[in-house]
Write a protein that binds this ligand. Sequence first.
Ligand code: ADP
Ligand code: MG
Length: 553
Amino acid sequence: PRHDLSNELTALEGTSYGRYKSLRGKWWAGPAILDISRVQSDPYAPPSRVALEFDAEAADLLEDWYATPERRRALAVLLAKRFRKACPTRDLRIDGGGQEILRRASCTVGADGSVVFRLGAQFPGHGRRIAGRQAARLLCEILPDVADEALSVPEDDVLVWTRHADDVKALRESVAAAGLVAFVADGSMLARRSGVDQRPLESGVPFKSPDSLAVEFELPHAGAVRGMGIGPGVTLIVGGGFHGKSTLLRALESGVWDHIPGDGRDLVVADRSAVKIRAEDGRAVTGVDVHAFVDHLPSGDDTRHFTTENASGSTSQAAAVVEALEAGAKALLIDEDTAATNLMIRDARMQELVAKDREPLTPLVDLVRSMADEHGVATILVMGGSGDYMDVADRVILMDAYRPEDVTERAKALAAKPTGRQVEAEGFRMPRARVIDPRSVSSESRGKQKIKAGGTDGLRFGESDVDVRSVEQITDPAMTTGIGLAIEAAARHGWIDGESTVAEVLDRLDEALDAGGEEELLRIRDIDLAVPRRHEVAATLNRMRELRVRQSE
Ligand code: ADP
Ligand code: MG
């Protein structure tokens, strides 16, 4: 590293803005190293990218705090949030994240106790001239002070986060060992303040499990925790409108991530591979085998290799199910509010009026049993408007004024009275795997650094815009960027090779990320990102309109 950044900046006072570029590289900054990795070309461009790196001695954290990957992840989020809070100026911009604990670029804690903060810094200018003294103050005084403040974290605060990390890890292991798909602890606060504010609604009604579904786990710090366990198979959530059904399902969707302490969903967990499924008319679908759900289209289109630029509600939802299974989902989450009715149900009267051979759609109600029994895929669905799922449900949870009740026995009794409805499918067969044509997702033809996230709604990948508004488990704008970079990495490393199946490509990505490969893989030096799950990567790939695939033999 070079010395005397402050003098260097002062000397640049009044010179042309472009000369900031000469500062790229590493500098000594007190006990830390300042890495200026990208410099904006003018004062109005997006901020420059800098990192402040502390070795273990400089960071001075207690060894116990960073003893496990889960603690390091939680601690990094805590430090990024403290950094954001300590920041006195908009000219330093760190990504502090939201309610989830994600691996993100903005702060990482190493296994050796080192800490890196990565952030945007707006290099000051007088018009197109360098404001060197201001820059020296920003980078050599304010920045180190803020980092110092972030790192001076009281032990009690850290312990809340690291103990929580231990507890959630233990909870996930216990829930899986008990053969459960999801768990919602008593006392959880599931409701959010609003659609645009994901913090907990403090005046909400705390969750309480019915006795018949209650399980208890012993956690290392929190001790015994009681809550509702959701087993495998088909789970139906019923109840009147506004009684909290969707809120419960959304908490489960979010349960694939860990949450920050005090979120209200601290001890709500779902199988890490759970995928929210919904209808999304207008999306593109590429070479997906949807024939279990859609067959004999009047257009004569082959639904074993179904491709469209403009899917209907039902075909988009059918494609979403098949794509989720292809990526390895072991649990599907569906809400009637966002599902295509004609893919969900077809009741006895409609079966009588419209013969099966005139209806291309096979409703999910006739396939979920086989998915569960033959393929080990659980379904949790909210359905307040039709009783047909009582025939196939393993358990039925009634939400009554935000309180769950177990009405499985009553529902089974009702299901024993025949409605005259005919089952319309023999069983579900797993679709054939697909292989991506590497030319359709190439990183080269698109040049370097062509990834731009539009919040959680869209991703620009090279020349193409991918609409991910309906991929509801993308909860964080930085995750959208992470997805784009993951796809780019898969292309760059040749994992999308024209031979490997989609699942194999995702496996290699997971392996690389599990091995701590995000630094190199996702270029965390250059850009704010959060590491995504394979399921959101797949969902984004599947929505790329340029995607070309073939099905493997
Ligand atoms: P449903 O899907 O059954 O129609 P929602 O889950 O959409 O109902 O909930 C309806 C309203 O009640 C929402 O505004 C939601 O925020 C609120 N709500 C849900 N659960 C709770 C709770 N436990 N405490 C307080 N309000 C809640
Ligand atoms: Mg609802």
